[in-house]
Design a protein around this ligand. Structure first.
Ligand code: NAP
Length: 481
């Protein structure tokens, strides 16, 4: 059985605690391996290594740093099958989805590898005609990275790759539930020969390892993706000690289906947006706001599409939806289903744990649809992070926009309509960082900025060129001969 080690100063090593934690497969409860349950002292050692490495790393040219990312991309690509299988075993998403995510990790690495040769500043006319004024960018120093379990390859890479290419060194803490996958990602950098101390990984509880990363005075910036509860706590600590921070958190993403929508497209987008990855995407569709004139037709089509969803072990061919990623996650989903029933929403599909045969050994919940949901219900307000959707209705399009905006979150939103006017008004009025027209709410492109409005983020953006804003500081330079 695999026992994963921490990676500090170019060495794979056990935690100073000597403690390990078993990692379980949510499909059948078997133990997949063990990971280090590290202490604050392990974090301190990792930060010291990253601090020591930062001068030499930032002195390399962007092109030279990029070469390491290109090599890591090639290694990751050659290991897609193994890493995707580990991901499916650790958190349950189907193998095709896991392979797609790993391939995306490869593409992100190559994108940022190229970034090492792109411009880093602008020349700005000075008021003094004999002076040159320009901007340049400087790395933050050592960056702390804390990631969730739902995209255990893509998210660590979309944070590590820009951190590194812009000249920072890194201490990463992957989510414990997917720390074996996280370790395999870091192995790709190790095999690419990244210099000692440039990347350091410490596994362990968020309340110990995560907190120490956030508190550590030598960590100049913290980038976090996860729940809003943890994120806000991290933001407060970072703010108190003056560290830069970036928080990407939850969503309660709406899809509006207008009266003129192509219903087949809307149904396909709803099923895919809501139930792929078992609804465990921050951009998953969780509210469907449908025009009352076409609601019955939409629901009929949706219910027949649900019959096609094959649930089971994500490693098996033909399986479309796997289990919840953990027992805790499954219980949260079942609790929300209970809440929905008590609130008076009409359960029209699913609603139960699946316990027949082999499914009973895992954390499987039926894809669940509530109809007649009102916006004041908890199931219309709180992130469930599971395969559950709430259907609401509207008469006038303005009412649909109001419903869409009536949550604390603002990550992603979509509309199905053929009318250009409706599309443009939606783009203008909806409070969401990702707006999609005639497409499901989920779907993030690595070359474009990604992040949320309202409580979904610290109002920063990741990915594409936007990553530069977090991982660097601007210097304005004035030169007079
Ligand atoms: P989480 O419980 O907040 O955990 C995220 C990470 O934070 C884990 O590595 C966790 O460690 C660590 N952590 C926990 N407590 C901490 C603390 N006190 N200090 C520092 N770190 C701490 O979130 P999750 O359940 O893994 O992920 C699901 C959430 O992520 C959902 O809300 C989802 O919407 C959000 N998400 C957002 C985006 C986005 O881009 N906006 C993308 C994906 C997911 P351990 O769990 O190992 O203890």
């Amino acid at each position: 059985m695999t026992t994963c080690l921490n990676y500090i100063q170019g060495q794979w090593k056990e935690s100073q605690t000597g403690d390990v934690k078993e990692i379980y497969n949510p499909t059948n409860g078997t133990v997949l391996g063990k990971v280090q349950q590290s202490s604050k002292e392990d974090v301190d050692e990792a930060v010291a290594a990253a601090s020591e490495a930062k001068r030499a790393w930032r002195k390399l040219s962007g092109a030279a740093r990029g070469q390491y990312l290109f090599k890591a991309a090639d290694i990751l690509e050659s290991r897609i099958d193994d890493i995707a299988k580990t991901m499916t075993e650790e958190m349950g998403k189907t193998l095709p989805e896991a392979k797609g995510e790993t391939a995306r990790g490869v593409a992100i690495l190559r994108y940022y590898a190229g970034e090492g040769m792109r411009k880093t500043g602008d020349v700005i006319p000075a008021t003094d005609s004999e002076a040159l004024m320009y901007t340049t960018r400087t790395p933050l120093g050592t960056v702390g990275i804390i990631t969730p379990w739902n995209f255990p390859v893509a998210i660590p890479i979309w944070k590590m790759a820009p951190a590194l290419i812009y000249g920072n060194t890194v201490v990463i803490k992957p989510a414990t539930e997917t720390a074996i996958t996280g370790t395999k990602v870091v192995e790709c950098f190790y095999e690419a020969g990244i210099p000692e101390g440039v990347i350091n990984m410490v596994t362990g509880a968020g309340s110990v390892v995560g907190e120490r990363i956030v508190e550590h005075p030598s960590i100049a910036g913290i980038t976090f993706t996860g729940s809003d509860k943890t994120g806000k706590r991290i933001g407060q600590t970072a703010l108190t000690r003056g560290a830069k921070y970036q928080l990407e958190m939850g969503g309660k993403n709406p899809t509006i289906v207008a009266s003129d929508a192509d219903l087949d497209k809307a149904v396909a987008g709803t099923v895919s947006g809501a139930f792929k990855s078992t609804g465990q995407k921050c951009t998953a569709t969780s509210r469907v706001i449908v025009h009352q004139d076409i609601k019955d037709q939409f629901v009929d089509k949706l219910l027949s599409a649900m019959e096609e969803i094959k649930i089971g072990d994500g490693l098996q061919e033909g399986i479309w939806m796997g289990p919840c990623a953990s027992e805790g996650q499954m219980n949260t989903v079942l609790d929300y289903i209970d809440i929905g029933k008590k609130e008076g929403a009409k359960l029209i599909h699913g609603g139960n744990r699946l316990s027949d045969g082999a499914l009973g050994q895992g954390y499987f919940v039926e894809p669940t649809i509530f109809d007649e949901v009102t916006s004041n219900m908890k199931i219309a307000q709180e992130e469930i992070f599971g395969p559950v959707i709430a259907i609401m209705t509207f008469c006038e399009i303005e009412e649909a926009f109001e419903l869409a905006n009536d949550t604390d979150y603002g990550l992603s939103a979509s509309i199905y309509t053929e009318k250009i006017g409706g599309m443009l008004k939606f783009v203008e009025d909806v409070d969401a960082g990702l707006v999609r027209i005639n497409a499901e709410t989920a779907g993030v492109e690595l070359q474009a900025p990604f992040g949320g409005m309202k409580q979904s983020s610290s109002h920063s953006r990741e990915q594409g060129e936007a990553a530069k804003e977090f991982f660097t500081s601007i210097k304005t330079v004035f030169v007079k001969g």
